[in-house]
Write a protein that binds this ligand. Structure first.
Ligand SMILES: NC(=O)c1ccc[n+]([C@@H]2O[C@H](COP(=O)([O-])OP(=O)(O)OC[C@H]3O[C@@H](n4cnc5c(N)ncnc54)[C@H](O)[C@@H]3O)[C@@H](O)[C@H]2O)c1
Length: 401
């Protein structure tokens, strides 16, 4: 069998994922190539020719580029690496077209996107499509071995978790690209990290990795969240997002996850998770410390998880073994959205508030006719202010679906 991939979103991660995919195919011993690419901007789409030798005719651009790439004959593997806002719509289209999918995280930024993802995840299962997600710690041997030990009782019952992505410094801000743009949509997509409908804010875009590890350990998702945060060092830069969050999540059994994320410059910085149990503690990346007896550390050399996730997906396709991470990664994105909305609103937000919500941050067309979207006007929000922001109580006048 040979794998014919398309790559949607040819930026930093899309380019990296394309290379990871080709390396993974070699490791798996499978013939593979990238047959088409799509990027909303034409100059970036032509990177398909430059980086992967894709014929210029198969380097598509515009809002409907993904649809044209999907229609290329023989395609059986999609790599989704646009800004998160487009993911649910593109994922649904790939499932409808019957393709196996590697999807970068996050897969949704609001409840409507989550509903689309859960439905598409089910449909993918029915069609026996394989799905791997870019929460790459799930494919990293150190995490896999450690979490297996936690599940086997190495630290007793889990009583508390911490998730950190703190203070790595400010994220990029593409002010020059925004200044050149011809419409609101072009401006926002060019500087996508700073707009909630495209990015989901950094608790969803970045910190979802650590949240996902905690959900993996708990074999489920939290049921409610409360928290706080602010926009401090972003100051007057264009955009809507905050630059720090501190959220407490509660799982159904009462265990709490303390989550901290920040894109601010401070002395202390950490990207990690920690677990406390009745019989010890663990760093799920590779270290178990029981209160009694010998500790354990992961010491093996393992394949880069960005490559391993494609090896696992290719093997699942070729050997027809089960792999569908779509619902699992959606759960972790919903967790992040629940925490974000709790902090934005200053309220307690519950799971069902998100998954049953009819509120969408995006232009309505994104979820109804993504290929038919046109460059044009779209509102910019004021950065959310607790007290004024509560999308689950219809207190703000924003588009709803
Ligand atoms: N798993 C990880 O560790 C990891 C690391 C980095 C990024 N990511 C994820 O990868 C995604 C992309 O991030 P990035 O850093 O590559 O951003 P980027 O800005 O470098 O690239 C995004 C690309 O998507 C294109 N694009 C935007 N809208 C599009 C559309 N509708 N159709 C087609 N193309 C479109 C942009 O023009 C751009 O070229 C994000 O979801 C991010 O969270 C994951």
């Amino acid at each position: 069998m040979s794998i014919n991939a398309i790559l949607i979103g040819l930026g930093g991660r899309g380019g990296g994922a394309g290379k990871n995919f080709l390396e993974a195919a070699k490791i798996a011993g499978v013939e593979a190539k990238i047959v088409a690419v799509a990027d909303i901007f034409q100059d970036k789409a032509m990177g398909g020719l430059q980086h992967f030798g894709v014929p210029a005719d198969n380097c598509f651009s515009g809002f409907d580029g993904f649809q044209k790439a999907l229609a290329v004959p023989g395609v059986n593997y999609c790599i989704l690496a646009t800004p998160p806002g487009f993911r649910a719509a593109h994922f649904k289209a790939c499932v409808e077209a019957g393709k196996h999918i590697f999807t970068e995280k996050p897969v949704c930024v609001d409840g409507v996107g989550a509903q689309i993802m859960y439905a598409a995840a089910e449909e993918a299962k029915k069609k026996n499509l394989k799905v791997a997600a870019g929460t790459q710690r799930r494919h990293e041997k150190g995490y896999i071995e450690t979490i297996k030990r936690i599940h086997d009782g190495a630290i007793g019952d889990v009583t508390d978790l911490r998730a950190y992505w703190v203070n790595g410094g400010p994220i990029w801000h593409r002010a020059a690209e925004e200044a050149k743009a011809g419409s609101d949509l072009e401006r926002q997509i060019a500087n996508w990290y700073h707009y909630i409908w495209l990015c989901g804010d950094h608790i969803c875009e970045q910190h979802v990795h650590n949240i996902d590890v905690c959900n993996w350990i708990m074999q489920g998702h939290p049921v409610k969240a409360w928290g706080m945060g602010a926009r401090q060092q972003l100051g007057n830069k264009s955009g809507e997002i905050w630059d720090n969050f501190a959220v407490e999540f509660e799982y159904a059994n009462g265990v709490r996850m303390h989550s901290y994320c920040g894109q601010i410059k401070r002395d202390f910085s950490s990207v990690s998770e920690a677990v406390v149990g009745t019989k010890g503690t663990a760093n799920p990346g590779g270290n178990i410390k029981p209160t009694q007896g010998e500790g354990w550390r992961f010491r093996e050399k393992a394949i880069d998880p960005y490559v391993q996730e494609h090896v696992d997906l290719i093997n699942a396709i070729v050997n027809d073994t089960p792999l569908n991470e779509a619902a699992q990664v959606t759960d972790s994105c919903v967790t992040a959205i629940m925490g974000r909305e709790a902090a934005y609103s200053g309220s307690v937000v519950e799971w069902d508030d998100v998954v049953k919500s009819k509120f969408a941050y995006a232009p309505a067309e994104l979820y109804t006719n993504p290929a038919g979207m046109k460059w044009g006007a779209f509102r910019t929000l004021k950065p959310p202010m607790p007290g004024d922001h509560d999308i689950f109580k219809d207190k703000v006048e924003l588009p709803t679906i």
